[in-house]
Design a protein around this ligand. Structure first.
Ligand code: NAI
Length: 406
């Protein structure tokens, strides 16, 4: 079949398998030519491994100098009668293939990270493939939902301001249209739900489970990703429900740091740059900022994607130096280029002059849209999008992947 892009609002309804593979190959190529990771971890668990920062971290650690073996956990949709499946599904498939071609172990576990069952499968995989221990645990889950397995109910995250309504614009990627909106403040239930889904509780549960199963290697580190951003995004992010959840994540990093000190290891929250990912396009009010940020950072030659951010994190922060560099709140800052005062002054100016009529001209909307399309395997150079894709062949790869699971 010929696979075409299908977008509704900010959600991609289709993905191009060969384009996903090409996007992975591009990232592999980048890290192979970048400054290599030194003294890196050899056995890595990535929770949220199939896209965005988690996938980039997996590629950086496997191909960017550390030659790590990886176990990746994610929640993705394979091909079925209903459609071709999600980009993350193909990312897992092709990452595994290319990692294995270079002699690396790459295990994909498809399941709900919040469940005990998935945690148990991972422990089994660590026993089988990693001689029982991990050197690094990356927590990179971005979700809107978390099942409460005790009650059968769902916790839902809400992306809302706290205390007062916030006016801002979002952009429909489906119609390339600027949409003004006002977001009402979150209820207490929505604040609590966001904390449950995007706060530090599940990260801590993972590390506790791995400590209890004696799966933590001497010197083991763990890292989760956070965002702080500029004052332009604070009303919707830092001061809102997601910011509350990130503060919880930061506090969890301190608690986990104490626990991992028993293994001469450490726990960190790494504050990353704002980027287009499957998750971030959902944040109302963030897109105008991203369009302006992309424009300014590309003009200044400081723009980075997930892969550049992750390679820099592992070469200059988490590994390769005697002590992990952190700020006054013990956070790793890899958002330094985004928050550069000169950059922010330019972004401010741009955001203030953008509106429904000129955002495509003034900001880098084309760049943002291209990245979004590429996340789903579309718009990549070298792929013939008019050529039929052999889904049967992909399904057989899928079965082969399933066979390798526990
Ligand atoms: P993403 O949507 O690209 O990746 C999310 C990953 O989580 C995917 O692998 C997905 O399969 C997995 N996942 C979702 N629900 C799951 C579940 N129930 N069980 C197992 N896996 C599940 O998201 P992105 O943007 O890479 O986000 C990762 C982290 O980085 C988040 O904590 C986010 O807040 C943070 N971050 C993102 C920034 C951005 O601009 N995109 C900036 C700074 C931090």
């Amino acid at each position: 079949m010929i696979i075409k892009p299908e977008i509704s609002g900010v959600i991609a309804r289709s993905a191009h398998p060969l384009g996903c593979e090409k996007a992975i190959l591009n990232q592999i190529d980048y890290v192979k030519h970048a400054r290599p990771i030194t003294n890196g971890p050899k056995r890595v668990l990535i929770i949220g491994a199939s896209s965005g920062f988690g996938l980039a971290a997996r590629i950086a650690l496997t191909f960017g100098g550390a030659q790590a073996d990886t176990i990746g956990v994610s929640f993705e949709r394979g091909p079925s009668d209903k459609g071709v499946g999600s980009a993350g599904f193909y990312n897992n498939l092709y990452f595994r293939e290319h990692a294995q071609n270079e002699g690396r172990i790459a295990i994909n576990i498809d399941g709900d990270a919040f469940s005990t069952q998935t945690k148990e499968s991972v422990i089994e995989a660590i026993e089988t493939y990693f001689e029982g221990e991990v050197d690094l645990i990356i927590y990179s889950v971005a979700s809107g939902l978390r099942p409460n397995y005790q009650t059968g109910e769902m916790w839902r995250s809400a992306i809302k301001p706290i205390g007062q309504a916030v006016a801002g614009a979002s952009v429909s990627l489906e119609h390339d249209q600027w949409l003004e909106s006002t977001l009402e403040p979150a209820t207490e239930q929505e604040i609590d739900g966001t904390l449950k889904v995007m706060g530090g509780e599940d990260w801590e549960a993972w590390v506790d489970t791995l400590i209890n199963s004696e799966s933590i290697a001497e010197g083991c580190k763990t890292v989760a990703f956070s965002y702080i951003g500029s004052d332009l995004t604070h009303p919707i992010y830092l001061d809102g429900t997601l910011g509350r959840a990130k503060v919880d994540l930061h506090q969890t990093s301190h608690a986990l740091n104490l626990k991992l000190a028993n293994f001469s290891g450490g726990a960190y929250a790494s504050v990353c740059k704002a980027l287009v990912t499957k998750a971030s396009v959902f944040i109302p009010g963030l897109t105008p900022y991203l369009i302006a940020l992309y424009k300014v950072m590309k003009q200044n030659g400081t723009h980075e994607g997930c892969i550049e951010q992750m390679q820099r994190l592992f070469t200059t922060k988490l590994y390769g130096c005697d002590k992990v560099p952190v700020d006054g709140e013990r956070l790793i800052r890899i958002d330094d280029l985004e928050l550069n005062p000169e950059t922010q002054a330019q972004v401010h100016q741009l955001v203030e002059s953008m509106n429904a009529n000129n955002f495509q001209k003034l900001g880098d909307y084309a760049g943002l849209k291209q990245e979004f399309m590429q996340l789903n395997g579309f718009g990549l150079a070298g792929i013939d999008y008019n050529k039929k894709v052999d889904i049967q062949n992909i399904i057989s790869k899928y079965n082969c992947l399933a066979d390798s699971l526990l």
